[in-house]
Design a protein around this ligand. Sequence first.
Ligand code: ADP
Ligand code: MG
Length: 239
Amino acid sequence: MSADGGEARDDAADAPAIAAEGLRKRYVDGSRRIDAVADVTLTVPRGQLWVLRGPSGSGKTTLLGMLGGMLVPSRGSVALMGDDVTHLRDHHRTEVRRHRVGFVFQELSLVSRMSVRENVLLPLVPLGGATKAHERRAEALLERFGIGDRADSPVESLSGGQRQRAALARGLVLDPPLVLLDEPTAHLDTDNALEVVALLAELRDDGRTVIAATHDPRLADDARVDRVIRMRDGRVEEA
Ligand code: ADP
Ligand code: MG
C-alpha cells in the first residue's frame, strides 16, 4: 500500500512476480500418499534470478510446476503478477499462463523432424499462428542465443547445448515476464552449462523474473544468482 493510502492496494504493477501461499501437492499412488510439496509459502519479487535447489525427489519439479500455474496444487494458492491462477478454470489459467510464463521443461519437449524455427514458433499455434513480428522475434532470439544459423535445421541435429537454447527461445517467443526452467544445465558440459547460466542472468538483467530448479552447483553456486531456495522432502529448508 502506498504511504498516503490513497492508491489501490493490489495494483498489479506493484504485485510480486509470484506470491505462493501454503502450497501442497499430494500424489496418491495406490495406497501410498506422497506429499511431493508439503507446505511452501514464497514471494518472488520481479526482476530476480532464483534457484530452487535440492536433491532428487525433494519436490523441485512439482513446486516449479505449481509456481508457473502448470500444475494445480492440492492446497494453497499461487498469484502471478497479482492474479490468482489457482482457482481459475483450466482454459483461463492456460490463458494467463501463456502470456506471463515461459516454461522450459527438463526434457525440453522439442518436436523432432520440425526445424528449430518451427519449434520456437510452436506456442503461436494455439493463438492462430505466427505473425511477421513473431517470426522476427524468433529470429532475433535464435541469433542472440548463437543458433541463428541453425534456424532451418531439424531440431534433432542440434547439440545438447543448442537444444537447451532452442527450448529457451521457444519459452521466450511470447515475451513472458516470468521464465521457469527445470534443470536447464543437466547433461551439459561445463562450457555449455556456464553459457546457459550467463543467458539466465542476462534475461534477469532485461527485467525478467527467472526461476530455475536444479541440483547442479554450476548454476546454484553462481554469483549472479540472487537467491537460492533449498528444498528437502517437499519443504523449503532455508532461504
Ligand atoms: P525433484 O524435481 O526435486 O526431483 P519431484 O517434484 O519430481 O522432485 O518429485 C517429488 C516427489 O513426488 C518424489 O517422491 C516423486 O517420486 C513424487 N512424484 C512426482 N510426480 C509424481 C506423480 N505424478 N505421481 C506420483 N508421485 C510423483
Ligand atoms: Mg525434477
